[in-house]
Design a protein around this ligand. Structure first.
Ligand code: FES
Ligand code: FE2
Length: 383
């Protein structure tokens, strides 16, 4: 396999890894990292330290202390600086060492901790882990405009991230893997007309149904998905969502999902309560493990629960193996979206390898997915 067809390996030095590092990636949920705390994170097979200063600002640094290699997340946040647990060397927000308590003659000015551009947006912490000047952080201002609330979720899936990206282009699995999910998914049986086109941000997927209902979803290069998704069980309609698939390493990845709900005040409070009780009632298990080990055949679990979609995709994607074999596939007509996606990725990786200019993906402000049908949008009343 040519390196530019290898999307799966993203460690330092790999072609796909170098490519992904040219884009800001979400690395944590802001709500999970209180001010004054440091945590270890792993992204694309590399470890880093993430911390929030006492003023709430976010910082990403190298994983280990330049002195003798202590894991820095075990240390202390002081103001906007980070102090190592082992011998107390202290690094300011720029990574400059500013204190070496045990050294009689400090050489702190000669010691630098590597830091990475870090910003927050939509309740997520984004880091730029590549070399050189980062591009501006892509923003989604329409998510912040007007009244409404955010909802966040995340899951780790134990397979390569690219399997999940490809799955989002895999239209034929929906009516099969998720066949029990009522109108939304059974609707797939009317053989939609799917058109995939390249645009300024990545790929638009337009789905037109016999009923005349049309829906456009956007895939932003290299690993973002912007769409309307079915609301949680017990809720009504479709909600605007953005998600990112970020490699932890080559055989696991994390999905960051942000939703925007047009709910405020009492309606927002009620939604949160329903969400909490859903969470408690939910099945929490590892369907993929059980099914793939042959202990259970649980694809027919209670399919009325929206979150089961995730478990079903889990079985399907983990079931392709930790890293899917793309050299011995038999692709069909229904796989055109996947082929289209791979062509664009290959083209960019080849350009990177050859030192040719890369496409400067940018989302025009008006590029916002269209809902499945206006009437079906989640509303504050009438669940
Ligand atoms: S290892 Fe960090 S101060 Fe010594
Ligand atoms: Fe799916």
């Amino acid at each position: 396999m040519n390196d530019f067809n290898d999307f799966a390996h993203t460690g330092p030095g790999t072609v796909a890894g170098r490519y992904l590092r040219k884009f800001w990636q979400p690395v944590y949920h802001l709500k999970d990292l209180p001010a004054g705390r440091a945590v270890p994170i792993r992204v694309m097979s590399e470890n880093f330290t993430l911390y929030r200063g006492e003023d709430g600002t976010v910082h990403t640094t190298a994983f280990r202390c330049p002195h003798r290699g202590m894991q820095l997340s075990a240390g202390w946040v002081e103001g906007n600086s980070l102090r190592c647990f082992y011998h107390g060397w202290k690094y300011d927000a720029s990574g400059q060492c500013v204190e070496q308590p045990a050294e009689e003659r400090s050489f702190a000015d000669k010691v630098q901790l590597r830091t990475y551009p870090t910003e927050e947006h939509l309740g997520l912490i984004f880091a730029y882990l590549g070399d050189g000047e980062p591009p501006p952080l892509p923003r989604f201002p329409e998510f912040e405009a007007g009244p409404g609330m955010f909802e966040w979720s995340s899951y780790v899936r134990r397979c390569n991230y690219f399997q999940n990206i490809e799955n989002s282009f895999d239209n034929s699995h929906v009516g099969f893997v998720h066949r029990g999910h009522g109108d939304a998914y059974n609707g797939m049986s009317d053989r939609p007309i799917i058109t995939t086109t390249e645009n300024e941000w990545g790929i638009a997927v337009n789905v037109r149904r016999v009923s005349g209902v049309e829906r456009t979803t956007y895939f932003g290069m290299p690993n973002v998905y912007y769409m309307y998704a079915l609301a949680e069980e017990g809720e009504r309609g479709w909600i605007r969502s953005i998600m990112w698939w970020v490699p932890i390493d080559d055989t696991s990845h994390v999905n960051y999902w942000v939703r925007r709900l047009p709910l405020v005040g009492e309606a927002a409070e009620e939604y949160k309560q329903r969400a909490e009780s859903r969470q408690k009632r939910r099945f929490h298990g590892d369907v993929a493990d059980d099914v793939l080990a042959g202990r259970e055949h649980r694809l027919d679990l209670d399919l009325t629960q929206t979150h089961m979609v995730n478990f079903q995709d889990d079985v399907a994607e983990v079931g392709q193996g930790a890293i899917a074999d793309r050299e011995h596939e038999r692709l069909g007509r229904q796989d055109e979206g996947i082929i289209f996606l791979r062509k664009i990725w290959s083209r960019e990786l080849r350009a990177l390898e050859e030192g040719s200019p890369l496409t400067g993906w940018e989302r025009p402000p008006g590029m916002v997915p269209t809902p499945r049908d206006q009437a079906e949008l989640l509303t504050a009343k009438g669940r």
